[in-house]
Design a protein around this ligand. Structure first.
Ligand SMILES: Cc1cc2nc3c(=O)[nH]c(=O)nc-3n(C[C@@H](O)[C@@H](O)[C@H](O)COP(=O)(O)OP(=O)(O)OC[C@H]3O[C@@H](n4cnc5c(N)ncnc54)[C@H](O)[C@@H]3O)c2cc1C
Length: 289
């Protein structure tokens, strides 16, 4: 690995100014569980690593019943799993964060880094999509918010311009009678990349579904929002027929590849199965809220 300068600013202003000064030659990082491996393997190159873990705004994990969740980009997955508030209000996102690697990896890995790495198979991204999360981005030219489903533009590439930083993820408060869930399928019971990952959030109005959102991983070049599948549920009871229809529409919106973990056809099939299952889990939880 070539020599790399390391800086760890303690304010957002300092980080933005360092990133601006070095342009494309600098990269921000949080836990390093992706970037260090990529730099060692030579698949990414940078001259300056800007460690953003000391910046207060990127460390926040705070919930307001009216405004929702502010999840700082550098909050580690283990902090999410250890938070009672997260288990109560966002159980699906919490289980996605707790699936990443091992406990050692979760002690370093962040949800922000999982998203910024731009992998189509990132485990927390479908949950963020299901929850309607927005990414708050800050750079030298100012600030912007991007819905998470538009954040990844191709494998390994995101909407972030050189010098921009993901500061936090903003997630609306859960509506009454709503909840979320995440399921993934991996080829073996070890640490592995998802063959398919599905996150879902549902809101009930009495016995019927008021609204739903579904996010998919590892079934296209970018994480997907399964809009038609989710919309097909509105106004219906969550029964075998509505689940089957949502599963069918979710697998229809995918464009998977064949690889060593599974064929495209297999991925489409698993998408339908997991969508039905994850919706049923989210619904069980929602009925208790
Ligand atoms: C053994 C092992 C097992 C794993 N298992 C899984 C798994 O099961 N599921 C899964 O989804 N992932 C898995 N991963 C990958 C997972 O650890 C990462 O995706 C992690 O979540 C990234 O977070 P990080 O803080 O370490 O990111 P980093 O490595 O620090 O950064 C990742 C990328 O995002 C950019 N970046 C980071 N933070 C910011 C920011 N605030 N603003 C702008 N850009 C930023 C960096 O420049 C870099 O390109 C595994 C990794 C390992 C090593």
């Amino acid at each position: 690995m070539h020599a790399i300068n390391y800086e760890a600013p303690s304010t957002l202003e300092q980080a933005v100014s360092i990133l601006k000064a070095h342009g494309e030659k600098a990269r921000p990082f949080c836990g390093g569980t992706d970037i260090i491996i990529q730099l060692r393997a030579g698949v990414r190159r940078t001259e300056h690593l800007v460690d953003v873990k000391k910046i207060k705004e990127l460390r926040s994990l705070s919930f307001d019943p009216k405004k929702g969740l502010r999840l700082g980009a550098a909050v580690q997955c283990i902090e999410i799993h250890e938070s009672e508030m997260m288990h109560r209000y966002y159980p699906g996102l919490t289980e996605a964060a707790h699936l990443i690697g091992s406990l050692q990896i979760q002690n370093r890995a962040s949800v922000g880094g999982n998203l910024c790495n731009g992998s189509p198979a990132a485990d927390t991204t479908p949950s963020l999509i299901a929850l309607g999360a927005k990414a708050r981005i800050v750079g030298a030219k100012g600030e912007r918010e991007v819905p998470v489903e538009s954040f990844v533009v191709s494998p390994g590439r995101t909407v972030l311009e050189p010098g921009e930083l993901l500061v936090e993820l903003l997630i609306p408060p859960p509506a009454p009678h709503s909840s979320d869930a995440y399921l993934r399928f991996i080829p073996r019971n070890e640490m592995d990349i998802a063959v398919v990952g599905v996150g879902a959030a549902v809101t009930f109005d009495g016995e019927k579904i008021k609204s739903a959102r579904i996010g998919l991983a590892a079934v296209a070049a970018t994480p997907l929002v399964a809009t038609k599948a989710a919309e097909s549920l509105a106004g219906k009871k969550l029964d075998d027929a509505s689940l089957a229809e949502a599963g069918r529409l979710a697998s229809e919106c995918t464009s998977p590849i064949d690889d060593m973990r599974g064929t495209a056809e297999y991925r489409r099939h698993i998408t339908g199965v997991l969508t039905r299952r994850v919706l049923a889990i989210a619904a069980e939880r929602a009925k208790k809220n």
